[in-house]
Structures are given as structure tokens and as C-alpha cells.
Design a protein around this ligand. Structure first.
Ligand code: 3HC
Length: 311
């Protein structure tokens, strides 16, 4: 009977069709989806912190309202993704517990500081740009709820990327100090953004299985290359230089050659030793504790409504 179920599952994947929550699935498929979707959700929630620090200090009402909308979107992305993870039979309270206990990760990129307002623009341009490269293929992921969550998220990410780039264009038309702030932020975020795509393909333990199950559609290096090729012309238009002396167009490859990111830094940041890891987790833990009364009130309200509906 299990063989029959297994071959049905394999046939669905082979036909590029979707696996839905009620379908039989191998335990490993469920486990790696909980792992990836939960970590994606945690990344969105933690990702609210670096830019959130600038909401009260944005230089104009327009910038403040754009930033506010973007940070609110990230919270929403987190909730869509926790809902997608819950279709796999796990509760978001348990996932939050795993994050707070360090048993689940969030994206390395959010462990870097945001000392200037230009960081808000560069995060939009690089981080949300990288997220688009990584998330568009996930719209075709074999697990239905995850793929569908990605469609809505990708639409909002393109607004995030464009608002960041427009912010930088404005600063580049400003004073010399503003142009220097932009270049400084580019220098600090470029390599960390390349590391968002994960370790190199020859050091990516989950990739082979994730690609066989069509959860991951392209390898880490393929998506990293796509991001570099997309960003180089944008940097030229903006008038900033990307901090990589090896970056150059390679005609026969039809792609840009670029230097090797420092993957030992990625490993260090992933294992908790980045510039802001402690602060991000402390803030997340405090928010979870301070928010306990909201969760209790919401479930008490829901229980009352349910009782009223039964009466
Ligand atoms: N940060 C933190 N952990 C990372 C990482 C990174 N940048 N890159 C890899 N890792 C971890 C992996 O989670 C894995 O550890 P685990 O087995 O304990 O989960 C380990 O390093 C080895 O990496 P693999 O390449 O084998 O792992 P994956 O196949 O899962 O690939 C990934 C990593 C490309 C990040 C993949 O998980 C993925 O595509 N996830 C969904 C996208 C995502 O999470 N994006 C977060 C970016 S932030 C964001 O999108 C918010 C936006 O609004 C900016």
C-alpha cells in the first residue's frame, strides 16, 4: 500500500503537479518543508527589525509611510508562511518556540546593522531584490500552500525592491555626503546579500533532495548568479560601484564572473556569531513575551464567539 502511495507521490512530482495537505507525502518531504517554510517565516518576522529602527527617524512623511507599509508587509509575509507551515500539521507557537530556542534559523542577512538611512534603500534594492530571485521560482514549488503563499509575497516584494532603488536614486541626486552614504551602504551589504542564497552548491546538504522533490527549482549558485547579473546594470545606472574587483562580464558564459563570498562568515553568522544576532533574538523574545496578553485575549474572544455560535 505504501509503495502505491509512494509511486503516486512520485508521479505527481514528475508531472510538475502540486502536493496538497491532504495528499500522502514521505515523512522527509514534510520535515524539510516545515524546516524551510518555518525558517522563511522567521526571516520575514526578524527582518522587520533592521528597517523598523528607521520608521521613527525617516527623513520625510513620505519615506516614513513607505517604510511603514513595507515593514507591515514583512509581518504579513511571516503570517502567510506560518499558515502554510501549519498545513503540515505543526503549530506556529511550536515554530516560534524552536526559533527562540535556537533550534530553527532565520536568514543571515538580518544580522547586520543599519547605521544610516541609505541602508533602508540598499536593503530594498539588494535584500528584497535577492528575495525576488529566490522566491519567484518558489511560486512553482511542488507543495501547494507554499507556492501559493509565494505568489502574493512576490507581488509585494517587487514594491519593496522598487521603493529601495528609488530612495537611492533620490539620494544619488543629493549632496556629496548623501552619495557617500549610499556607496558606504552598498559596500557593507553587497557580500552579505550574496550569502543570502546559501552556501555554494558543493556545500549545500539539502539541495539535492529539495531539487529532486521540486521544492527548490534552482541551485543556490544559479540564483546567486541571476542576482549578480540583474544587479550589475542597476548599480551602473545608480552610479555606485559594487565592492568586487573580480566582477566582470564574461561573454562566452553570458554571465558576470564575480569573486567568492566569504562562506566562513556565512557559517559564523548562521551559527549565531554575527554582528546583531543577540540583539535580534533578544528583541524577538521580548516581543513574544509582551505580546502574550494579545494572544490570550484573541483566543478568549474566539472561544466566546464559538460558544455564542453554538448557543
Ligand atoms: N541564512 C541562514 N541559514 C542559511 C542560509 C542563510 N542565508 N543559507 C543556508 N542556510 C542554512 C540552511 O537552512 C541549512 O540549514 P538547516 O538544514 O538547519 O535548515 C544549511 O544552511 C545548509 O544550506 P542548504 O543550502 O543545504 O539549505 P537549503 O536547501 O534550505 O537552502 C535557502 C537555503 C536557499 C535559504 C532555502 O532554505 C530557501 O530558499 N529558503 C526560502 C527562502 C528564504 O528563506 N529566504 C529568506 C531570505 S529573507 C526574505 O526572503 C525576506 C524578504 O522580505 C527580504
Amino acid at each position: 500500500a505504501v509503495q502505491e502511495l509512494e509511486s503516486q507521490f512520485d508521479a505527481t512530482i514528475a508531472r510538475d503537479q502540486r502536493i496538497e495537505p491532504r495528499d500522502w507525502m514521505p515523512e522527509g518531504y514534510r520535515k524539510t518543508l516545515v524546516r524551510q517554510i518555518a525558517q522563511h517565516a522567521h526571516s520575514e518576522i526578524i527582518g522587520m527589525q533592521p528597517e523598523g529602527e528607521w520608521i521613527t527617524r525617516a527623513p520625510s512623511l513620505r519615506r516614513k509611510s513607505i517604510l511603514f507599509a513595507k515593514v507591515q508587509d514583512e509581518a504579513g509575509h511571516g503570517l502567510y508562511l506560518y499558515s502554510a507551515a501549519e498545513t503540515l500539521g505543526i503549530d506556529r507557537a511550536e515554530l516560534t518556540q524552536r526559533l527562540l530556542e535556537g533550534r530553527q534559523k532565520y536568514s543571515s542577512i538580518f544580522n547586520y546593522p543599519t547605521p544610516s538611512f541609505a541602508d533602508v534603500g540598499v536593503i530594498g534594492w539588494f535584500v528584497d531584490g535577492a528575495a525576488i530571485c529566490n522566491q519567484v521560482p518558489l511560486c512553482r514549488s511542488s507543495y501547494g500552500p507554499y507556492a501559493r503563499a509565494m505568489v502574493r509575497i512576490c507581488k509585494e516584494e517587487s514594491f519593496h525592491q522598487r521603493q529601495g532603488y528609488e530612495l537611492l536614486l533620490t539620494m544619488m541626486r543629493g549632496t556629496r555626503e548623501q552619495r557617500e552614504m549610499v556607496q558606504d551602504a552598498v559596500d557593507r551589504w553587497w557580500w552579505a546579500s550574496l550569502m543570502m542564497f546559501g552556501p555554494p552548491d558543493d556545500d549545500s546538504p539539502n539541495s539535492a533532495q529539495s531539487m529532486a522533490w521540486k521544492i527548490k527549482r534552482h541551485s543556490n549558485d544559479e540564483l546567486r548568479q541571476r542576482f549578480v547579473d540583474m544587479t550589475v546594470p542597476q548599480a551602473a545606472k545608480l552610479g555606485v560601484t559594487l565592492p568586487d574587483p573580480e566582477l566582470r562580464w564574461n561573454e562566452e558564459r553570458g554571465h558576470h564572473d564575480y569573486g567568492t563570498p566569504d562562506y566562513s562568515e556565512l557559517k559564523r553568522v548562521i551559527s549565531g556569531d554575527g554582528p546583531c544576532n543577540a540583539e535580534r533574538m533578544e528583541r524577538r523574545r521580548a516581543a513574544h513575551e509582551e505580546g502574550a496578553w494579545v494572544r490570550e485575549a484573541a483566543s478568549a474572544h474566539a472561544a466566546k464567539q464559538a460558544a455564542r455560535a453554538r448557543a
